[in-house]
Write a protein that binds this ligand. Sequence first.
Ligand SMILES: Cc1cc2nc3c(=O)[nH]c(=O)nc-3n(C[C@H](O)[C@H](O)[C@H](O)COP(=O)(O)O)c2cc1C
Length: 267
Amino acid sequence: MFADKEKCKRCGACFAECPYDLIVEDREGFPKIRLAAKKTCIACGHCVAVCPTEAIVLPEMPVTESLGPEQCAPLLGELRLTADQADQFLRSRRSIRSYKDKLIPEKTVSHLFNTSRFAPSAKNGQPARWIVTRTPEATRKLAELTVEFMAINNVFPGVIKNWEKGIDKVLHGAPHVAVVHAPEDGLNPAEDCSLAAAYFELAAYAHGIGACWAGFLMEAAEGYHPIREMLGLPEGHGIYAALMLGYPKYKYKRIPRRRDVEVKWLG
Ligand SMILES: Cc1cc2nc3c(=O)[nH]c(=O)nc-3n(C[C@H](O)[C@H](O)[C@H](O)COP(=O)(O)O)c2cc1C
């Protein structure tokens, strides 16, 4: 990390926002990185993102093709949601279990993956990796393997019965399913992947795409080798989230009620 002294106004925001206190003042009060930073910096980019004068450069942040030349996109005021808009958006996302017979363009799915990368992750590790089916045939095969797992283990007889009648209660006939995996020996792979999936699901909703967590598939994938083999899951990786995906067949008109939240206020 370094500061352009021509642009820096010595406002202190980068010092204050660095999660590891890696930025200190030089003799003139300009930000300077501590020596320890080489090992400790998690390249979260907060120092760059908070600087009001574009004075900070952080070469440690990844340069990626997908973001294009605008590596640190400016925040556009006109795109900011009002609190009411954000509340309705978050409250109105639903798990979608009826899908149109229509594929999602790969470009759209890639766009959603790109947004999912901005979910929080322990130490900015960003360990979530995705595997996604391109075709309804591949998606259906994963549902079939899940039912096979259920039959072998004598669980969820209702799901098996439905499958035999041609009703898919595993992936609900979704055209795609996306699985999130990460190295099992990471810091917080379950939380990191769940958050990436949550971001993806919300972004999908914003783009008119329905999603639903595929818990049955996740459970089966845990212990059923044929599923891991079909997915081509790397050795030492665990599956921490899976989402059915497709265009929703129905439009929701209301927000269902939820339990009151239990909170203990302290102090
Ligand atoms: C970890 C997890 C696993 C889930 N597994 C399934 C599943 O296998 N099948 C399904 O239809 N819904 C599944 N769901 C969706 C929940 O049923 C759904 O989120 C809940 O009923 C609330 O509905 P809403 O998401 O529309 O608010 C799962 C959700 C989570 C968080």
